[in-house]
Design a protein around this ligand. Sequence first.
Ligand code: DGY
Length: 314
Amino acid sequence: MSGSKIRVLVAEEVRYFLQFVEVPADVQIEWLPTSAAVPEGDYKGLLPLLSRRVDESVLERLPQLMVVANFAVGFDNIDLDATRARGVPVSNTPDVLTGATADLTWSLILAVSRRIVEAERLAREGKWTWHPTLLLGMQLSGRRLGLLGAGRIGQAVGRRAIPFGMEVVYWDRIEQPEFEAEIGARRIESLDEVLASADLVSIHVQLSEETAGLIGRDQIARMKDGAILINTARGGIVDEDALCEALESGKLRGAGLDVYEGEPQIRECLKRLSNVVLLPHVGSATEDTRRKMFELAWENLMLGVRREPLLTPV
Ligand code: DGY
């Protein structure tokens, strides 16, 4: 019996992190696997993974909902029009995952530019002898990194480019004068110009109606021959069929992807190619970061169910 307890629905997959927070005596958690449908009930809070769509069909089952505390910085899984219409505040987990995601982005940049995965396979298979033209990659120093989006994660990726001797340009609606002053980054207003001039393009915009399909066939065609594309943001921003074609034809030298349009499915054409490095959406997957994401999401959940202002509302 729940009595007068505040009932909250929490994604089963984050149960491990509960040991790091305090659960108030008047709160009752119900664990919900992301594969299961949201039950009807008098739940006051919902803490979902990014793989759960939270839309009107979910909200109508939870008429007393007071907060959605997303376990992610991205919130494209949440229909904000629907939550707003019902007056349900939503929070995300910014800041705590910036460093981990930027590091992972750089893992992909290095892996693709220096062909690390191909090289590792060859070494394991023992089918190699040292040769001056074995697995030649792209030198990063002196090359231009084009950031699509210079929010927290984009900037953190840009900062890490400086020790590698790269020039940084960015495309963003908002000017970032402090970022520019800090690392000498330059804003370019035209997306086409960034695409046409960058040796390496890294995506750091949110997925929204404006950015869905932002990098389509035409945009890829405008990219420099032999450039590299990195996506650690959301799969829906890139036309993956067009990307496959560009990787197959050699228009692009390579790509590094952590996110996919139909996650967790990955297109066969991508899996066949050796010039793309594929990761299973692990941008923020460090022990410290995932713990901090949970702590922040939990705090937002606890504030929301008491109608207090959220720490990181979206
Ligand atoms: C996010 O938080 O949006 C990432 O994709 C997963 O950490």
